[in-house]
Design a protein around this ligand. Structure first.
Ligand SMILES: C[S@@+](CC[C@H](N)C(=O)[O-])C[C@H]1O[C@@H](n2cnc3c(N)ncnc32)[C@H](O)[C@@H]1O
Length: 292
């Protein structure tokens, strides 16, 4: 009978041949899933025989990964901000880059204890508002997505994290039909230029929802659509935080300047790429206010 060590080596080899970027790590996680063990324990007994049930489960998981289905879809989970998020084919897989936005918002808030009102556009798994609610104990959030299936995943994540009493969900097209004033508005909108999507790695191009990726011909359509809603729904001196794609910071800042929002800071991700814009309502030019 095949041992766990042999199965692991064989699967890692096959994943590498299929072009998977981290074949050994993925093989270990898939074997752990097939055995129902913590990944750390897979290495401890490589001589353990792989029973027929586990071998069949491993084969099924391996076939999915060999078709380049993302690990998060196969395992149904992804860690973000050290929290565990359920992920499905209806949601973008939360990226470490997006933690830059969460970090930048938290650094900009003077006091974590206040009852901040948060609004997140294009919430997907809910990773942004749920990570923020986790850090801001008195805050509440409204999370918007056009996808009902994504909102169901986000609601399940809120319950699993015990945050469901402080977040509401709304299915809609950005801010259409919404009223109110929010202290913090966040968004990681789709920003990939349409023609670039098919050239992305297969895990993304073939498996992630196009609605979560496609940003129009130049990748900036969603920022153009969002800018007036953000300007209208942001409280005076509120904070808007937008994730941007590589090289988009200047163009996105110009779009939001046109809607009356001034750039306060650009935060870079761990690779040094400009990743998040922080914006505030521009100070009104008092010279233009007529005397009464
Ligand atoms: C890039 S994903 C971001 C998901 C999540 N916020 C994250 O950072 O992982 C963009 C999200 O915007 C949503 N979306 C696309 N068009 C939208 C629209 N017109 N109104 C609201 N949400 C939209 C998609 O369904 C998707 O969940």
């Amino acid at each position: 009978m095949t041992t766990c060590g042999e199965a692991l080596a064989d699967l890692a080899r096959r994943l590498a041949a299929a072009g998977v970027e981290s074949p050994r790590l993925d093989a270990r996680l898939l074997l752990a899933e097939a055995l129902g063990l913590e990944p750390m324990r897979v290495f401890s007994h490589p001589e353990r025989p792989l029973g027929p049930g586990a071998a069949a489960r491993l084969q099924e998981l391996a076939d999915r990964r060999l078709a380049r289905e993302p690990m998060s879809h196969i395992l149904g989970r992804r860690e973000f901000w050290s929290l565990s998020f359920g992920v499905t084919a209806a949601t973008l897989d939360p990226r470490p880059d997006t933690e830059t936005l969460v970090e930048a918002v938290l650094a900009a808030l003077p006091d974590r204890e206040r009852p901040w009102r948060l609004l997140d556009f294009g919430t997907g798994t809910g990773c942004i508002p749920l990570a923020l609610l986790h850090e801001l104990p008195a805050a509440t959030a409204l999370a918007v997505d056009v996808s009902a299936a994504a909102l169901r995943v986000a609601a399940d994540n809120a319950r699993a994290l015990g945050l469901e009493n402080r977040i509401r969900f709304h299915q809609g097209d950005w801010g259409q039909g919404l009223e109110g004033a929010f202290d913090v508005i966040t968004s990681n909108p789709p920003y990939i230029p349409d023609d670039d999507i098919d050239g992305l790695e297969r895990e993304v191009a073939a498996w992630e929802p196009r609605q979560a990726l496609a940003g129009g011909a130049d990748g900036l359509d969603c920022y153009r659509a969002l800018a007036p809603h953000v300007a209208r729904l942001l409280a005076p001196n509120g904070l808007a935080a937008l994730e941007v794609g590589q090289g988009q910071a200047g163009a996105v800042a110009a779009i939001f300047a046109g809607a009356g929002l001034a750039l306060e800071r650009v935060a870079a991700d761990l690779a040094g790429t400009e990743r998040c814009l922080l914006l505030r309502p521009a100070a009104k030019d008092v010279r233009n206010i007529p005397f009464k």
